[in-house]
Design a protein around this ligand. Structure first.
Ligand SMILES: [Zn+2]
Length: 86
């Protein structure tokens, strides 16, 4: 079983999860992967923390360049051959 496939799906669904629009089977798959994948737990926590800070500061929506940089970092982490961070 290729974990990276699940991670790719997880990343695709992460945005919907954060928007609160992820539901049904996709949400189940998302939650299940989060329970078993240390890398995605780390990623999810990082993203949620970042968004939480922005909301706490009442800074409005995350600036597009910062969001783009965040996603780029996440993607490069997923592409890394040494993906076993946990
Ligand atoms: Zn994962």
């Amino acid at each position: 079983m290729r974990a990276a496939q699940g991670c790719k799906r997880f990343l695709e669904d992460l945005g919907d999860h954060l928007d609160g629009t992820l539901s049904g089977p996709a949400h189940l798959v998302f939650e299940r992967h989060l329970q078993v994948c240390g890398s995605c737990q780390f990623l999810c926590a990082t993203v949620e923390k970042t968004i939480y800070y922005y909301r706490t500061w009442d800074a409005g929506p995350i600036p597009a360049d910062i969001e783009a940089r965040l996603w780029k970092a996440l993607e490069s982490r997923m592409r890394s051959p040494r993906n076993s961070h946990a």
